[in-house]
Design a protein around this ligand. Structure first.
Ligand SMILES: [Zn+2]
Length: 449
């Protein structure tokens, strides 16, 4: 009998790549490890080799299989049902029953999870709708519809499970290097806003708190033990608040030590704004990055209120105080003011990307995807990113002092070309004339009074 016994484990949703998960198991992991990932072993083969196993369906992290993937389970069930599958009929039903137990657990738990979180989801949807109203947004365009539609809809229990899983499979925050320093990994996840929120927790599993990110960045910059910083980015963007400030912080840190941003796997809009300020932008093979653009939404809810029999009157002081309010269609003057704001932020955004990437601002406005998300390979071709690489490999690479030094050298060359003007003496700075003793006495007496 080659069917492997079912063992109780978490079952999670999310993309499933069987060969990819298998590849994370080493070739000498041993039978005990392999038995946790598969549903069948060929009894005539060496049980200590991966080749003896079939029907993978568990995720692997840190070399060990853990939660089952519901997609993996479904795929394995479909394959076990095929007559061409070369396993004995006697084993087939035991394999199916192993897989079916995972599926049953998933189906029953996702139902209870959904009802358990119903109230939370309702208030979350409401908070989300309120949070976006009137704000300057730097988030992937296609997501904003979802955010607004959330009102009245439910986030599936599957999404929650995937987030739970994500939260559990954390990348270690410090990795030792070969020269006794550390590579510091700082997460930048979820919808970006100054402080973490339910909103951020829902979409990124991280919270998106920018103040926390900045604290970690500054601590890593000031810690001599830290020889390189990796930004582990998975975010569709967020609000504009604090983004330009933190972009400038990243550029300052990059002058001291290498900062590498890894899109693992999304760096959209505000998240790309920050990522593009790193010494190097790395994209995971399945990553999407870009969405360089700014927008603001105006919602006119007057007709909805009309239907409900609600009339709203705004009593105001200050000519533009209630401009852009949601109780009437947007007028031309307010629309123009909103457009001005959006344009200013767009200039800041593209200007910073140009600085970070060492290109002209026009190249960012007229290339770089023009507001679209761009897939990994193309992103490296058009200048949004420097290389395609997985997060773990980037960390390993930075553990070598030679790689870090090369990165700093290349960065210094890219950012500080030797323009001819640099050879000319700097223009004379206006001198501030020294105070006469009388003047000084007068100033001191004013200050003392
Ligand atoms: Zn299993």
């Amino acid at each position: 009998m080659g069917a492997l016994p079912y063992a109780d484990s978490a079952v999670v949703d999310g993309a499933w790549d069987g060969p990819g998960e298998e590849a994370k198991l080493s070739n000498d992991a041993g039978a005990a490890t392999y038995r946790k990932m598969y549903a069948w072993v060929d009894p005539s083969k060496d049980a200590d080799t991966k080749a003896a196993y079939k029907f993978p369906h568990h995720f692997v992290s840190n070399g060990s299989p853990g939660a089952a993937s519901v997609s993996g389970v479904r795929a394995a069930l479909a394959r076990a049902a095929q007559s061409g599958t070369s396993i004995p009929d006697a084993d087939r039903s035991a394999v199916k029953s192993h897989l079916q137990k995972h599926l049953d657990k998933y189906n029953s738990s996702s139902k209870s999870l959904e009802s358990e979180h119903e109230d939370e989801l309702q208030s979350l949807a409401m908070a989300t709708t309120l949070e976006t109203r009137g704000r300057i947004l730097l988030v992937r365009g296609e997501l904003i519809g979802t955010l607004c539609d959330l009102h009245g809809h439910h986030v599936s229990a599957h999404t929650l499970r995937a987030l739970e899983y994500q939260a559990r499979t954390k990348v270690p925050s410090q990795v030792k290097t070969s020269d006794d320093s550390v590579v510091q990994v700082i997460p930048l996840k979820g919808v970006l806003r100054p402080t973490p929120s339910l909103f951020g927790l829902l979409f990124g599993g991280g919270g998106g708190g920018l103040l926390g990110f900045r604290d970690q960045l500054r601590a890593a910059a000031n810690n001599d033990k830290v020889s390189a910083i990796v930004m582990d980015v998975d975010s569709p963007g967020g609000f504009v608040d604090l983004i330009p400030e933190i972009a400038s912080d990243i550029r300052a840190v990059r002058a001291q030590k290498p900062v590498v941003a890894v899109a693992n796997t999304t760096a959209g809009s505000a998240a790309y704004w920050l990522a593009s300020q790193a010494s190097q932008v790395v994209v995971s093979p399945s990553a999407e990055i870009g969405s360089i653009g700014v927008y603001q939404i105006h919602e006119d809810i007057s007709r909805a209120l009309d239907k409900e029999g609600v009339a709203v009157t705004l009593v105001k002081a200050g000519k533009y105080k209630v401009e852009g309010h949601p109780f009437a269609p947007l007028d031309d003057e307010a629309a123009a003011a909103m457009q001005d704001d959006v344009n200013s932020y767009y200039d800041m955004f593209t200007g910073d990307v140009a600085k970070g990437r060492g290109v002209e601002q026009d190249a960012v406005k007229n290339g770089f995807g023009e507001g679209r998300m761009v897939m990994a390979q193309r992103a490296t071709k058009i200048g949004l990113a420097d290389r395609v690489e997985q997060l773990g490999d980037t960390i390993k690479r930075l553990a070598h002092p030679g790689a870090r030094a090369a990165l700093q050298r290349a960065d210094a060359e890219a950012l500080q070309p030797d323009p001819p003007e640099a050879l000319q003496p700097p223009p004379e700075e206006p001198r501030i004339p020294a105070l006469t003793s009388e003047e000084r006495d007068r100033v001191l007496s004013v200050l003392a009074s």
